[in-house]
Ligand binder design. Structure first.
Ligand code: NAD
Length: 460
């Protein structure tokens, strides 16, 4: 039997806060004098209530959730649910635990949803009664290169998605691609603005934080914006998520944090960090700050992405594979600066799928963890990437320029994410080149030199 904590509905929000700070976990069961189940309340519910204008002396009667999931003890023992309320509709954000009640609705136990599912699955008796409700996702910076791919995939899988973005690069991207989509909501705004943060977080279960001034040249063009967006608002937003006990907070860092590795080792999440750019140094600050602010209610997941390539609704032609493809197709040349530097690479589809597997993963496998997210087969020298591009764009010539403005050199290993949750990135550069070539061939992008496809040119 699981130890659980209960409260009467005449108690105040303040006393519920007090009870929840005890050792019994995140949920209070609301009961009447006969110990009959009335509802549930979580720390997140209490905090949302305060945000909505209730005060500490208000009774929890005004705010607790009444339509909650529960199972009857005898039905669970027989592994066959009939009258139990174990349906998608009864699920809220408190449904990681489900009260088990007797026929008089007296609470006997409280069990994790997964445990109940295991019991029922063992007997093949779920019978469509219970279909796990999908969490509501907020993608901060979701109108960008990775965010638009992720949004499309999540919507296809019927998740509810809200994007918060200030549309730095393309102010029509939402209108042209997501307007009127089912389960989609857009908030135009700046994540550095606290009011916007509060507006965006309401009614959200999981946050994916992608908003950044991305890349070193772009950060140099707007150093103050970079500090605000890439560091200060990552933290203030994390604080808000912690305050509201948001289920998961997924932050995209970068493998650039490894910077310059003179030994050419295969780096993992415990390897030394040696950043060589302002952008990477800020990433490290944000990673550290997120992990140190972790607590019972806030357990972030950090993904260190390799350099991303491939097509997106918000195309970027300032990333190595994409940029080289553009020049190869339109100018018949591939400029290679230096060429011997090693980089880890990953297709944008794999990044989105990797984020979705974190969303779907058991919390205990991903919370407070850092994962490299790259394709282990694609730790490549820049010259090797250029040669792959030449194979697809046969008329292009390689143009080697000795000096390189970028001295990052590192290769990474992404076995941790594979071992923990079974995710493996496997889309090749060749498949992306085919996709990009078709974009050019069928003129899906009219002017690839438009500065909106290049973060630095847009911001300088
Ligand atoms: N693309 C890569 O190769 C790569 C590699 C490693 C890590 N990452 C990380 O992945 C994340 C997403 O990268 P991306 O390639 O999609 O970048 P992107 O520049 O295409 O997208 C960033 C989005 O954030 C939005 N944004 C920026 N500042 C904002 C603010 N203050 N308020 C609201 N919205 C704001 C922009 O309008 C844009 O839509 C970033 O954290 C980046 O550091 C990307």
């Amino acid at each position: 039997m699981t130890k659980f904590s209960s409260i009467a509905e005449k108690n105040t929000i303040q006393s519920a806060f007090k009870k929840l700070s005890g050792a019994y976990g995140k949920i209070l069961i609301v009961i009447d004098k006969k110990k009959t189940l009335l509802g549930l309340i979580t720390i997140g519910d209490l905090r949302r209530a305060i945000l909505a204008g209730f005060n500490l002396n208000d009774k929890i009667k005004k705010i607790y959730k009444r339509n909650v999931t529960y199972v009857f003890e005898d039905e669970l023992n027989k592994k066959k649910l009939n009258k139990s309320n174990f349906t998608s509709n009864s699920l809220g954000d408190t449904t990681f635990y489900v009260p088990v009640i007797d026929k008089n609705k007296k609470v006997k136990d409280i069990l994790p949803v997964e445990k109940i599912l295991n019991i029922l699955e063992a007997n093949n008796s779920i019978n469509n009664v219970y279909k796990k409700k999908l969490p509501k996702i907020l993608i901060v910076g979701g109108a960008g290169f990775i965010g638009t791919v992720l949004t499309s995939k999540l919507l296809e899988k019927n998740y509810h998605v809200t994007i918060l973005d200030k549309l730095i690069y393309d102010n029509k991207i939402i209108k042209n691609n997501f307007k009127n989509k089912k389960n989609f909501n857009f908030i135009f705004g700046d994540v550095c603005d606290i009011n916007t943060q509060i507006k965006a977080i309401k009614d959200i279960d999981i946050v994916v934080y992608l908003a950044e001034i991305v890349g070193d040249p772009a950060c140099s063009a707007k150093p103050e914006d970079a500090l605000k967006t890439n560091y200060l608002s990552v933290l203030s937003f994390a604080n808000l998520c912690s305050y509201l006990a948001i289920e998961k907070y997924i932050y995209t860092s970068s493998c650039s944090v490894y910077g310059l590795d003179k030994n050419n080792d295969l780096l993992n999440e415990n390897s030394n960090l040696n950043p060589v750019s302002h952008y990477a140094r800020i990433k490290i600050m944000s990673e550290k700050a997120l992990l140190t602010s972790a607590n019972n209610y806030f357990k972030p997941t950090i993904l260190r992405l390799g350099t991303v390539f491939g097509p997106s609704k918000r195309m970027r032609f300032d990333l190595v594979v994409n940029t080289m493809s553009k020049f190869a197709y339109f100018k018949n040349k591939i400029d290679v600066y230096g060429g011997t530097q090693l980089r880890p690479n990953i297709h944008v589809d794999d990044v989105a799928d990797g984020i979705i597997s974190i969303i779907k993963a058991k919390k205990k496998d991903v919370e407070n963890e850092i994962f490299n997210l790259s394709n282990d087969k694609l730790n490549l020298k820049i010259i090797e990437i250029a040669k792959k591009i030449k194979k697809t764009f046969k008329n292009a010539n390689l143009n080697i320029i000795e000096a390189s403005p970028d001295n990052r050199n590192y290769k990474v290993n992404s076995s941790k994410i594979r071992n923990k949750i079974g995710f493996v990135a496997n889309k090749s550069i060749e498949s992306a080149l085919k996709e990009i070539k078709n974009i050019f061939k069928f003129k899906k992008i009219k002017n690839p030199d438009n500065k909106k496809y290049n973060n630095f040119l847009s911001l300088k």
